[in-house]
Structure formats: structure tokens, C-alpha cells
Design a protein. Sequence first.
Lengths: 270, 812, 381
Amino acid sequence: MSKAMLIDTTRCIGCRGCQVACKSWHNLPGERTTFSETWSNPKYMDSNNYTRIIFREVAQPEGKLNWYFIKRQCMHCQDPACESVCPVGALTKLKSGPVVYDDNKCIGCRYCMMACPFQVPKFEWGKAVPLIRKCDFCADRLEIGLAPSCATTCPSQALVFGDRAALLMEAHRRIGAHPGKYYPEVYGEKIVGGTAKLYLTPVSFEALELDHRGFRTDLGNVPYGIYGREWMSKVPWIALSVGGLAVGLHYLNQRRAEVQSQQTQEGKED
Amino acid sequence: MTNHWNDFANSDCVMIIGCNPAENHPISFKWITKAQDKGAKLIVIDPRFTRSAAKADLYVRLRPGTDIALMGGLINYIIENNLYHKDYVANYTNAAFVVNKDFAFQDGLFSGFDKAKRAYNPETWSYELDADKKPVTDPTLTNPRCVFQLLKNFYSRYTPEMVAGVTGVSKEQLLELAAVYAATGAPGKAGALLYAMGGTQHTTGVQIIRGYTILQQLLGNMGMPGGGINALRGENNVQGSTDMALLFNIVPGYMAIPSEAAHPTLKDYLDKETPKASFWINKPKFFVSLLKAFWGEAATPDNQFAYDYLPKIGKGYEGSGYSWIPLFEAMNEGSIKGMLVWGMNPAVSAPNLNQAYSALDKLDWLAAFDLWETDTSVFWKRPGAKTKDIKTEVFLFPAADSMEKEGSVSNSGRWIQWRYQAVKPHGDAQSDLWYANRLGLELKKLYQDDPKAVCPDPIVRLNWNYGESPDVHLVAKEINGYTVADKKQLANFLGLKDDGSTAGGCWIYSGYYPGPDKKDNKAAARDKKDPTGLGLYPGWAFAWPVNRRIIYNRCSLDPQGQPWNKDKALFAWDPAAKTWKNFDVPDFKWIDPATKVHVGPEESAKAPFLMLPEGKSRLFVPGGLCKEGPLPEHYEALECPFVNPMSAQQSNPVMKVWKSEMDRVAQVGDPKYPIIATTFRVTEHWQAGAMTRNLTWQAEMMPEMFVEISLSLAKAKGIKAGDWVRVKSIRGEVMARANVTHRVAPFCCGKPGFSSTVEMVALPWHFGFAGLTTGGPNPRENYAANQLAPMVGDANTMIPEYKVFLVDVQKV
Amino acid sequence: MGENQEKRYPGEGKLTTGRAVLYIILVLGLISAVVRLFFGLGATTNLNDAYPWGLWISFDILSGVALAGGGFTMAAAIYIFNLKKFAPLLRPAKLSAFIGYLVFVVGLFFDLGQPWRIWHPMVMWNPHSVLFEVSWCVMLYTTVLGVDIFIMALERWKKYEWVAFFRHIYLVLVVAGVMLSTLHQSSLGALYLLMPEKMSDLWASRAIGPLFFCSAVIGGMSVVTLESLISSWAYQRQPELKLLSSLSKGLGIVLLVYFAMKVTDLYARGATVWMFDKAHCFFYLELFGTVALPAILLTFSEVRHSIKGLYWAAGLAAFGVVLNRFNVSLTSYGGYRDFSYFPSAMEIIITLALIAGGILIFDFGTRYLPVYPSELPGETN
Ligand SMILES: Nc1nc2c(c(=O)[nH]1)N[C@H]1C(S)=C(S)[C@@H](COP(=O)(O)OP(=O)(O)OC[C@H]3O[C@@H](n4cnc5c(=O)[nH]c(N)nc54)[C@H](O)[C@@H]3O)O[C@H]1N2
Ligand SMILES: Nc1nc2c(c(=O)[nH]1)N[C@H]1C(S)=C(S)[C@@H](COP(=O)(O)OP(=O)(O)OC[C@H]3O[C@@H](n4cnc5c(=O)[nH]c(N)nc54)[C@H](O)[C@@H]3O)O[C@H]1N2
Ligand code: SF4
Ligand code: SF4
Ligand code: SF4
Ligand code: SF4
Ligand code: SF4
Ligand SMILES: [Mo]
């Protein structure tokens, strides 16, 4: 059964326990930061920060204030772009859900970073022997039957871990049961072919103005890996046809030239 | 808390007022969110829009320090519109009691005020007694002098217009709030009220909480699952520490500490402190058993059970004499020579830090027991300190943290929960118990060996047998109580005696360790069964008293013994069989201990509040228990930009105001300090910061001191988001980053017709000058918010007024 | 070959100012490279999580490979289309291509996070990855070019029987070279198929593969032209003006084809072409300044037949290819990321050093290998 996590942002209280739990489980260092006007801190996801709570303060014209807390991390796509592009197969989607990374394979080309539609993989820029870093869905925990560290910590059950199919049902149940509370779409259900992190939000990510921050809404439902695979499926044919054509043309043109030179020779004799 | 954390899930409406549980008690949102799932409404009332507010169905922005006025407005609305829970109010509160005819209230003052002493003579704050010295009652609630009518009359002054003028809450919003919350007044509905420091840290703190409780009583929300008045307590074991009397005014088990003047003898104490009615008539048993626990064999009937050994409040220090503020004032005057700072960090947490620093400078010695080198243990390195002139000798004792030792902690829901040692203490660290034990043993030895020692007995004869490396189970068993003769653990406090045959360290804990073995330790019980589905978990840990999960729980039933809400039944009275079926431990008389016959509901309906002599909860508090008066009246904070619109009495008439050089106070409407300031916590930091500013994972999320500033103030002062600004009060100043945000906004307040707009800023108080992160980059600047706060406290509890004072903000 | 035979042009082997400058750059580059290896990419480049690919990818790799397209273009022209007259341009083209690919590989080496694992794609396969395919193609193609250069070396060493053997199978090499080039030249574009959402509409095309291929042909032809002009200037030889103008006719045609492809593609996708912002300015510069303009220039016979005209036309076209690669890989992202990127001094130095190294090797190569027609044993002008 493919596992997933339902992230119901309406339940998130922005406590950032998940941020710390993630660091704790993965033994990631804390960084020297400076004050962040939005309170989101560290200010970006990076190789030491696999997950972050984005604080979004939105003042409605009528005076009502909304303060949204949105957790961000790898989406664990069902058909991940990152997996499809990695030239050495360092990134793989496990049957159980996580998209995991093999430290020993990666060459550091950073194509995965370019290709990920959610801008997730991060690079250890500061190291001489750098690796790619991102949320790994706590695959090691899943393996021994534990839930991910962040979901275990979450006090308000904004993060629920479970089977993807069941969580999708639950998500739709919530949307149905609380009309008006949720934007009627589960982000991650279909986008880029579906992801293992499923989001419920009060309004769309566009309205949250987070669509340029790793929560794009215009990605479509086609897995991005397809574009690369499509191309790769053509490669043998291109190779064969170019090769064939080249050989053919070579002989054809050679023959034609021979004929031509013969003709000119003949002409000379004339 | 009268209820407990899980119980929030049972609520129909949760009112968060003066606290911010999403940030400071995140786990509570597990239960609050569950309630919301079931359709409960969430109300948040706070001067700042917090992470709790972000989850609220209704957010009300109220000017800090005006909760009483808001409660007054709600009470007025509820009574005027007949929305109170009539049966409940009539039967379970003192609404029907007729009050002394001389009781009066005029222009902000109750009868009996002595202006010179800044104190009341509370004689008239009493019930009218009949010939049998029994209070006169009027069950119809129509007698103009009955509590209900007094209440109605008193709060009729809190009209929506007036309340709007005081609190800054618009009339419309007030009415919306009133309508939403008053809905819990319907029988069977329960509203939970959650509060903490936003309610208490005021010169009127106690009366603010009283205001909350009146609201809860009128709506019949006490004793109900999903109701109650819930103090979200602070430090993880602060409940346990107050139970154990880590307060200046009590001994363990919430009994008053004796004073030299009032209680020279044990008899004086017992006579004066034991009420004639209520469960407290048992106080002598609890108190004598406590003395037996302290002094064991040395406590005999002949020596008043060693009552003389017990330190008492000295003459002239009655009341709040040994509380924080007077201690620091005394320290600053030089009359205190040494201090043990045990698990606290006053160089950040104390109000008016410059005063606190100056006091610390005068100590001969200071011993700090902490996990870290804190701001306090290096107070002589603070910005601007004249280190050369500071002679204080500082000792730092490394303490084991909570994971490194075994013992119990008590949560706000009064659950005593056992914890095991996870790892051995790091380095040389020792548990606090170890240090305390060592200190006890050493003192005993010193007194014993010193022939010239003055009054050695109280120490030398202490019952102090926990071993060289103390066994925490021995302590726990002593707290539970035992029979002196055969050292048998008591089953509960009903076994305690006042003849010296029993000893017990804290009567309310009795029953949590009823047997001799570790398996008898109920604090360690871990049964996850929840038969009612109400989250009572009776087999999980032990809730004092007697494992009762919800106190005052008789009130969850109507007078006939039927639950107000059938789906949330804590008890079931079977009128045919005449028996009770109990799901929680009854907080009322349900069985005759002698005959084992079940007692019908009519009897307990008469006294659902066993701890009070009148047996009813108090809308009106008689007898001067609350020093400002029997009913909460709105007064302004000590420092305030507004003239009190309610009365000529500007601020709390009975609070103690210090006049030392360091205790400067800005005048009402002081033009140099025109902005209201309040302080708050954030999830990411813990308190004075030693525990989080030293942890990179925490510090990276909230790395620097900041101040929440409204858009309008930022505009007026030319401050841009993220700028460093200087916040100044008459006492000190701090540097902070400007957090320009919609979450704070100015207040428009004042007497109707004379209102003006005043800005408010809010500062987290976690930052200081020591440790990994301090609050900002400059070691010569102050980043601790308490530079600003005044040294003034609530008239009853002396909790400092951290939540309202005046400042100015300047761009750096 | 005897000592005196080696001197084929004035200044050969001497440390001229030009060479000195190149050596200095090379040394600086080597130092930077060492620093880069010891301190990592973060310390030496301005790359970051928002711009994981920067100057080195845009220039050393994408541009470099396109500009080195001369090798396969000329080989195809000569061996496949049987345009034998271009034969004199072939050897320098192959040498420059080989050097171009060496530069590419070295550039990639420094760009990779873990360069010592550069061999991983050989044993760890992900046949879905375009980059996997590119690495194989580049590796094989560089080998092919290497063999070609080796043949030249054999000629120099006068191992004619070997040379004859390779001549025998030469067609295989040519076909392989053309095939591999076609694949990776277009695949380098196909790398960007996966990121349409991040790129400006102007360049995010499903047809990016063919477009890259076509522009690589432009790159190859223009570089062959430029290289011939420049080396004849540098080595003070007569430029092969006739050949070059004939080649430039072809270049003009390819430019027109490319222009047509671009326009059709933009039109078919309905991209917003007319707008005034940074990306569009770069785009106009690319499309009109470096595709349309040289194409138009080359329609004039005067241009095709003047050295200056050829310099301009080929120069613009070559610049256009580089600009296109930068546009695709950097400009395209302008409106998307909230960081800006400008290469660090070290990145620039290493890139310059790669160019300098390339030129020096070319210089060296022309000295030791029979590159120019006059030196070809058995073949005469
Ligand atoms: N993360 C974290 N959790 C903590 C702590 C911590 O330091 N960090 N400390 C613990 C301790 S010891 C305690 S005591 C508790 C305290 O817990 P809380 O009482 O929740 O803590 P505060 O943030 O001080 O104050 C709560 C709110 O009161 C509001 N407030 C201020 N003035 C008023 C007022 O006049 N009326 C009303 N209605 N609201 C007002 C403030 O804006 C603030 O949002 O938290 C405990 N939990
Ligand atoms: N402005 C402003 N000031 C305030 C408040 C406010 O709201 N506003 N709130 C007030 C309140 S409610 C409180 S409770 C106080 C808190 O003020 P403090 O009690 O002074 O602050 P803490 O940081 O909680 O101090 C606890 C210390 O105990 C140490 N410690 C932790 N575990 C152990 C242990 O097991 N053993 C020992 N020996 N030490 C340990 C920690 O490292 C820490 O230094 O601050 C008050 N100050
Ligand atoms: S979000 Fe990005 S990194 Fe994560 S699985 Fe999808 S493509 Fe890969
Ligand atoms: S950086 Fe590593 S994981 Fe990412 S695509 Fe390249 S080799 Fe694969
Ligand atoms: S799933 Fe694991 S790795 Fe991913 S954010 Fe949560 S804790 Fe971090
Ligand atoms: S732990 Fe849960 S509630 Fe807290 S910030 Fe993370 S997702 Fe939100
Ligand atoms: S004690 Fe405090 S920190 Fe610990 S889980 Fe409860 S709310 Fe969170
Ligand atoms: Mo507290």
C-alpha cells in the first residue's frame, strides 16, 4: 500500500514542532539566522531544512485577518520528475510511498533540482563532498512501522499519515462535511500525476500567493517525468534513422558523385 | 484546571481569553481541534492576533487589562437577556444568598475602604445571617439584596457603550461574542474557559479571573464535561510545585502558612484557619499530619506537633510579604545576603530588571542550580554592569534535567504522572532532589556539630531519611501519607488524623501511592481505557484529589441527579434503585461511608461545592478573600494612557505601590510614554530563554528580539519592517526588530464621547544577554523585555503586571 | 619531422603576448579549480538552491557543445552529403570539436558536486534520464573524436598502415559521430523539457530538442568559419575565402530554417512575443539580432565574399547560439526565482581558463598534428 500524508493546513497551529522533529530525527544542525518578518525561519528550505512552515498573514479588506501556516517539504510525487531525470538513478520512488535518495550514487549534477516541479531537492553547497538533501518521508521510520517524525509530533493532527487511498477519501470527506472551510480540491491528488503529500487548504494556493513558492497550481496532471521519458523513447529511433540516413546518403551521394564524375569524364572525351 | 486537557474535546464552545494555547500549550489544540471537529465554536480574546486567534471562529481584540469590563459587559448581557442557566444559578451558586445590608459600592469603592492603609475592612462583605447564624437566602432571587440582584445591579453599569469605551471592543462585536458564548448557558451545553497569564499578570489579576468564573457560573459551565475554568499552567510541573507550596502564602495542600502575629500557637492556627463548615473542617487532620511528616517522632501532642519549628510569616510581612517583589525590594535595600536560584532565571524573568540587577549586585553570594550558565548566574556580565564593583560570589551547580531523573510531574489537569529516568545525568550534574537532600543533611550536621548554634532543633530533628543518594519513592510515599505506628500507606486522605497517628506530606496527593511497592504507585498507572469516551482515562496516572478528573462534578447533574447532557454523563442516579452509577469520582456526598447506603441527589444538590462553607459557588465572594472586593470592578493598570471611564478610582485601590528610586512609574497619559506595551511568549522559546536560546534548533526559528508594531505606528514613526528600534519605558530600554504586522492595532478607548486612539506594541520576553543567542548582535544592548515592566503586583497574589505598561518606540 | 620543418608560421612556439595572457588565465583557472575542489561549490560559485545551474552549464556545457558542433557538421557535409570541397575545413573543425568536448568534460568535472564520480552513469543506469543519454553520447562522441585525432597523430608518426586501417572503417566513425551528435545536441535541449513551468514562454518549447540541434549546426558552421578566419590571421595564412563563402551560404540557409522553426514554434504555442521586459529584450536580441540579422546579411554576396562580412555574420550567428543557451538556461528564469544570479569571479575565471586552455591546446595541436591542408601528407591543395 502506498503511504501518504494528509496535511490539513486548517488544523495547523504553526507551532513548528514538525520543523524541529524533522531536524531531530535527521540530526540536522540549527543555523544562525536573523529575525524573519513573517516569522518563517529559516527563510528557505535548504540542505539543512527539509521542511518549513510558511507563515502567511493576509489582511482582508473588511478588516478580518487571516494567518495561515503552510508546511512545505518534498511532495513525494507518485511519478517523480526527480527520479526520472537522475542520470544515475540516485532517486527512487519506493512502493511504500517515499522518494528516497542514495548518497552513494549521486554525482551532484543537480538536474533533479532543476527538474522538480516543486523546487524541492537542495544541495549541500557548503561541503566539498556535497549531496542532495530533501525530506525523505522518514523512510527509515516507515520501514520499522513508525510514522514520520513530523506527523508523530504534530499536536493538532494537521499531519496525518496513512494509506494514500484512505487519506484521499478522508480529505474529500472533510471537504464535503465542512463546506466553506476548505478549498474544494485536494492539492496533490492529481497534480503532476499525484503526490504522496496531500494538502487541504482554506483557499487555493493561488489565493495564498504561494503558487510561486513551491505550490504551483498550473503544473497540470501529467507527471513531469513523462516529458523526459517521451524523449528517451524516441532516442533509439532517432539514432537508427540518423544512422541509417547517414549511411544511405553517403552511398547515394557517393554514387551520384561517381556517376557525375564519370559523366564529366565522358563529356571530356567527347 | 477544574477540568483537564482532554476534556476540551467535550466542549460546545471554547473561550480562550488571556492565554495563547496554540503557542504556549500546543498540545491542547489536539483537544480543542477535536471539539471544533464536532462543531464547537472557538473564541479567542486577546489584544494580539495570535496563532490561537488564527484558528478562531471569533476573534476579539481587547485592550490589555480590561477583561473585567468585558466580563461585566457579558454578565450584563446574559442577565438582561435571561440567558443564564437558571436552575444552575439558583441551586449551585450563592445567587440566592442575601448580603449584609451595610454592604455598599460607590464610585469604584466598596464599603469599608481605609484610604490611608490602602485596604478594606471586609466586615460588610458578608451574608445576612438568620437567628441560627445561618445565611438568609431567597430562592426566588428577587430580594434586592440577594447576590443575584446585587450582581445584576452592579454589572448594569457595564453597558455595551461603556464596555466598548473601556475595552476597545466594538458594540457589535461585543454583542456577537455575547450571543455566541451565552449559548452555552442552555442546559446541557458546556463552554470551557481557558486562561493563563493574559488574565493573571495584572494588578487586577485575581479579579479578572473572578470575572471569568462569574461568567462560567452564570452559564452553568462549572463541573460539566467540556466546561470549567481552566488555568493553563506554565512550567511543566508548576501545578505540582504549587501543590507542594512553592508559593509564599501556603504550606503543602493549599493551607495558609502560619504567621507569627495571627497564629502564635497551633490552636490559634487551627481555630482561625478551619472553617465551621465544608470539607475544610478536616484541615486539622491535614495540618497535623503534615507536621508529623516534617518532624516525625519529634512532633508530639505535647509540643504542638513541633508547630514552633515551622517557620512563620514574620510580623509586618503578612499577606504578600515574602513574595517576589518584596523580596527583591528587600534585597535591593541590602537586607538579604544570599540567594539560592533554583531552576529559574530572574535576570530575564523578573519585572523591572534594572531593579533586579541592582538587587543581585548587593548579594554576598548567589547559588544557581541550573542546566546552563544562565543570565542570572552571569548577571555581573550584563550590558553596562560595573563588574569591578560587584562583590557577589556566585556558585553554579549543574542540575540534571527532566530526562535524567525519576519522579513525578503534575499537569494542569492535576494528573500526577510518573516519569522514569531516560539517561544518566550529564557530567557532574545531580538531580534537584539530590542537591536538596545533600543540603538538608549538611545543615543537619552543621547544626548538630555547632554547640553555639541558635535554635538547632527544627533542623536537627527534621524527619529526613531518604538516604545518602535519596530514593525518590521514599519521598513520594511520604507525600501520600502513612500511619506512624506501623508505617502503612494510607488509602486516601480520609485516613489522615489530627492526633499524630498519621503523617502525610500533602493531603491532596493522598491515595496516589497507597501501598508500599513500586507497583502501588498510581502516578505510574498507564491504563489507556476510556470507558465513557469523555477522555477521563481513570486508569491513567492519578488526578488529585482522589483521582477525580473533573472537580465540582455534581454540577454536571441537575438537582434531581440527572445529567444536564445525557451524552456526557459523569454519573447516573437511578431513582428506582436509588443507586448511583459513577464514571468519575464524585465530588459530592453520594454514599454514607458507614452504612454504604447511597445518598440521594437532593442532599448533594444542597452542597455541590464541598470545599466552601456555604456549599455553593461564589458569584459574590464574602469575607475579604479577594482584597479588592466581593465583585470584580474594572480598574486601570498602574501605567495607563486612559482615565478610568468606570469610576473615579483610576487603579486598584489596594495594590501595593513601591516608591523606591528604582520603581519609577509613568503618570496616567504621560506624553513621554504614549504607547501601551504588553509582553508575550512564543512557541519557539521557553521562558527566560536558557532552555531554548541555547538550542540551535529553537533559536534559528526565533533568533532575535522583536516588537510587534502596528502598521499605523510604523508609518507614524517612519519605521520599516525589520528595522532595529528602541523601546523605552520610564525604567529602562530595549532594542528590538520591528515586526510590522496587522496582528497588533491601536485601540480607540475612553469614556464614551471622549475616546482617543492609542497604539499598542507587544514584546516577547524570552531574550537576554547570556548564552548562545541573546536577542541581537550587540553585546552592549539590552534585549530583555523586562527592562521595561514595572515592579508592581496584583493585590492578592503579587503576580507582577507584565501585561500592561507604557513605553515609547524610537527608530534607531 | 625535422626541427626546421616544424616552423610553419611566424612566432610558432614562441611565448607571444597572446600566449602569455592565455597561460596566466590558465594558471589562475587552475588555482581556482583547486580551491573549488577543496572548498566546494558554495564557497567558490554564486550558485545556490534557486540557481543550481549557472555559468558553467550555460557556457562551458550548453554553449561549448553547440559551438563544437563543427566537427559533426563538416563530417556530415563531406562524407554524407559528399561535399568534398569542404575537406580542407574538416581537420581544424575536428580538432576544435575535440577540444570543445574536452573543455566540456573538464567544465562538467568542476560543475559536478562529486566530480570523481563522473563515471557513475557508465555503471549506474537510468535509461529514463535525458542526462544519462547525454552523458553516454558525449562520452562516446568524445571517444570518436579522440580516435579521429589519434588518426592525425598516427599520420604524424607516419604509421600509414594504421592510418589506412582507420580510413577503411572511417565511415563507421563518421556515422557514429553524426548520430551521437544529433542525439546529444538535441538532448541537451531536451533536458529542459522537464521544466516548462519554470521557464519563460519564449523558450519553454516542446520542440526544444530539434531547435537545439539546428542551432548546434549553426554553431558548428559559424565556428568553423570563425576559426578558419582567425587562425589564418593568427598564423598569417591566406584565408580559404572561397570555401568559406560557400559554407556561409549554407549557414545562411540554416539560419533561415532555424528562424522559421523558432517563429513557427512560438506561433504554434501562442507565446506572448510582444512585450517589454528583460526576458523579451534578450529574446529580441537573440531572434532578430543573431538569427535574422546574420541570415539577412548572408543573403548579400558582398558579405559572403568579404572577410569582414564573414566575421560579422558568423560572429553574430555564433554569439546567437551562446545567447540562446544563456537565455534558455538563465534568462528564462528571470521572473521565476526570488534570487538573482551572477557568476562569481571564480566561475568566470574557470570558464575563461577553459577557453584559454582550449585555445592553447588548439595551438599546440596545430603545431604537432597535420591539421592544415598544406601539411596533409598524401593530400594536396
Ligand atoms: N512555548 C512556550 N510555552 C510556554 C511558556 C513559554 O515560555 N514558552 N511558558 C509557560 C508558562 S510558565 C506559562 S505561565 C504559560 C503562559 O501562557 P500564556 O498565558 O498563554 O502566555 P503569554 O504569551 O504570556 O500570554 C498570553 C496572551 O495574553 C495576551 N494578553 C495580554 N494582556 C492581556 C489582557 O489584558 N487580557 C487578555 N485577555 N489577554 C491578554 C497576550 O497578548 C498573549 O497572547 O505558558 C507556558 N507555556
Ligand atoms: N515580561 C514578562 N515576564 C515574565 C512573564 C511574562 O509573561 N512577561 N511570565 C512570568 C512567568 S508566568 C514565569 S513562570 C516566570 C518564569 O521565569 P523563570 O522561572 O525565571 O524562567 P525559566 O526560564 O523557566 O527558568 C527555569 C530555569 O530552570 C532550568 N531548569 C530546567 N530544568 C531544570 C531542572 O530539572 N532542575 C533545575 N535545577 N533547573 C532546571 C532552566 O534551564 C531555566 O534556566 O517568568 C515570569 N516573567
Ligand atoms: S517533489 Fe520534487 S523532489 Fe519530491 S518527489 Fe516530487 S519531483 Fe521529487
Ligand atoms: S544531483 Fe544527484 S540525485 Fe540529483 S539528479 Fe544529479 S545525480 Fe541524481
Ligand atoms: S516526513 Fe520526515 S523527512 Fe519529511 S518533513 Fe517529515 S520529518 Fe522531515
Ligand atoms: S507540528 Fe503540526 S501544527 Fe505544528 S506547525 Fe507542524 S503541521 Fe502545524
Ligand atoms: S508539555 Fe508543553 S512542550 Fe510538552 S507536549 Fe505538552 S505542550 Fe508540548
Ligand atoms: Mo508561568
